[in-house]
Write a protein that binds this ligand. Sequence first.
Ligand code: GDD
Ligand code: MG
Length: 359
Amino acid sequence: MTEAVLLVGGRGTRLQPLTLNTPKPMVPAAGVPFLAHQLARAKAAGVDHVVLATSYLAEVFEPYFGDGSAHGLRLTYVTEDEPLGTGGAIRSAAGALAAGPGEPVLVFNGDILTGLDIPGLLGSHRRAGADVTLHLTRVADPRAFGLVPTAADGRVLAFTEKPQHPDEIVTDQINAGAYVFRREVIDAIPTGRPVSVERETFPGLLASGALLHGVVDTAYWLDLGRPASFVQASADLVRGVVRSPAVPGEPGEYLVLPGARVEDGALLGGGTVVGAGAHVAAGADVEGSVVLEGARIEEGARIRASMVGAGARVGPRTVLDGVVIGDHAEIGADNELCDGARIWCGTTIPDAAIRFSAA
Ligand code: GDD
Ligand code: MG
């Protein structure tokens, strides 16, 4: 049996307002909650039991995913009353694991889209005889991540979470948020208090001489923590740049879910998804965006790299570029919003009230 713990208890602060009523893993990407893609990819890699470590808005997962049988695996839910951090969450999931001493347990951050070769990571862990094996990736700007320099043989030399000082930036290799833990390492995490694997467990293991093994690859990798990357991930899933068996359709330039209405003369592209019950009017142009269920995009609106929340309305000729529109917000005609603007759920913006024109 191959088991995995999926960490899905974070507050998703950087994706607000879309995560005010929906935890980040339940926000739809390419037509289904993002978590469905992770479960499908885990199943395809041979994982048959997943423990969901929930905390924030924990109650919404089980009604959707149930016992997992509809997704071809067994799901167990473990909920922290108070968030216990990444390490505390892994520790509290331990009681639901069947893995015995010495056996590997996969652990995944719940907000990563990656083409990681999961069986390859497990094989590498076995060959190295490691206590923990970490998937690493290279990024241009590592400051927002866990920095993980390694020796030539893959041995992890240090783990520095979100370095504060330029001197600490010694590598472009970062923790990609997928691990293999030896079962005993999980059982040794303290209970009853918050623990961060990144700030406490990994540095502590290194100090005690444990073997942490890093596997660097060049597979597709994206952290969906920010709106721009969430939208990008959804578009890449729709276009098949990264494959997920959970995408409800064949790869293409857009995905229109059953029950959506796209009028003749509307333009969709760049991996746009139009949710169930949403309406895109003639003359609207929606590129590389996520339009959630029941949203309305009116005539001549031009939308790029944006998320339009459930039931929201984007008025005629309004232009959105890199914007998040909260659920049920109403944006009047002839507005222009760009560059990370966020409109809170239920807000109304009158006609021609906002105009950011490019210089
Ligand atoms: N159950 C539970 N309880 N889950 C939690 C908690 C908690 O208290 N805190 C965080 N999580 C989950 C989040 O839902 C997410 O799936 C994962 O743990 C990581 O938390 P984030 O808040 O997304 O962390 P990050 O993105 O700033 O940094 C992490 O990911 C980077 C890669 O994207 C770290 O692991 C970095 O080292 C890493 O580079
Ligand atoms: Mg994250």
